[in-house]
Design a protein around this ligand. Structure first.
Ligand code: FBP
Length: 250
């Protein structure tokens, strides 16, 4: 059953998800240009690029989701404006995500934040509501806040991956540790929960980014859930083709 919930987003057990919730998380002037500020552009990149899932906040999903790629609705979110310990609260119900055609919901947990408890308990409710409806619950687990010194160490990334397992996530999205060997410990810690790499800011070269993706795949990761490294690329379809080769071998 657990496997089936992620099935819409997988091809041969691997997945390539395109994330586009940065307009809320970072603001339009930080991440967007004249092309990618338009959600239709990104919907088109997802469909033509062979992505196995696309991630939108509900407002973008309501207006721009074309139905051509399986949908994950981010059900919590925050802006970059408040300072202090990070917290991201629910902004969309699982029922509403279902009504828009979602096959999965995404939820960010800032592990280690002073407000961590709010997100842990809210994710618990979201996960149960998602599973009652047969949807995948995908946890973005980002260690963050004053208590977190290094958010990409082997110890903290594996803790994030394990938290996904313990909390009942069907898949977990974590940052790359920087090498395949240490990332494989995070994959082991997830004990069968699909582990996706989060992209981060656009890497200086395509090759530098693809090296990370290859490291994830060697470590037994399920694939990527990335945004900026694709839709900020001058040639998003070229990058999509390189990702397909690295993840699916085709
Ligand atoms: P990117 O590949 O562009 O980093 O997107 C992945 C993602 O998790 C998005 O879903 C989210 O908006 C963003 O990263 C959050 O970034 P940050 O690490 O700055 O909070």
């Amino acid at each position: 059953m657990r496997r089936e919930r992620m099935e819409p987003f997988l091809k041969g057990g691997k997945g390539m998800l395109l994330a586009y919730d940065q307009g809320l998380e970072h603001g339009p002037s930080t991440d967007f240009d004249d092309r990618n500020i338009d959600p239709s552009f990104v919907m088109d990149v997802a469909a033509k690029g062979g992505f196995t899932g696309v991630v939108f906040q509900k407002g973008v999903a309501e207006r721009f989701y074309s139905g051509k790629v399986p949908l994950i609705v981010k059900v919590n979110g925050k802006t970059s404006l408040p300072k202090g310990e990070p917290v991201s609260r629910q902004v969309c119900s699982v029922e509403h995500a279902v009504s828009m055609g979602a096959k999965g919901v995404g939820y960010t947990i800032y592990l280690g934040s002073g407000l961590e408890a709010e997100m842990l308990s809210e994710f618990g409710r979201v996960q149960e509501a998602a599973h009652e409806r047969g949807l995948a619950a995908i946890a973005w687990v980002y260690p963050r806040g004053a208590a977190v010194q290094n958010d990409v160490s082997k110890e903290i990334v594996s803790y994030a991956a394990r938290a996904g397992l313990e909390l009942g996530a069907d898949a977990v999205k974590v940052k790359y540790t920087g090498d395949s060997e240490s990332f494989s410990w995070a994959v082991k810690a997830a004990a069968g929960v699909k582990v996706f790499m989060s992209g981060g800011p656009k890497a200086p070269t395509d090759e530098a980014f693809l090296e990370q993706v290859q490291g994830v795949m060697r470590a037994g990761g399920a694939g990527v859930a990335v945004g900026r490294n694709v839709w900020q690329n001058q040639d998003p379809q070229g990058m999509a083709a390189k990702l397909r080769a690295a993840i699916f071998g085709a």
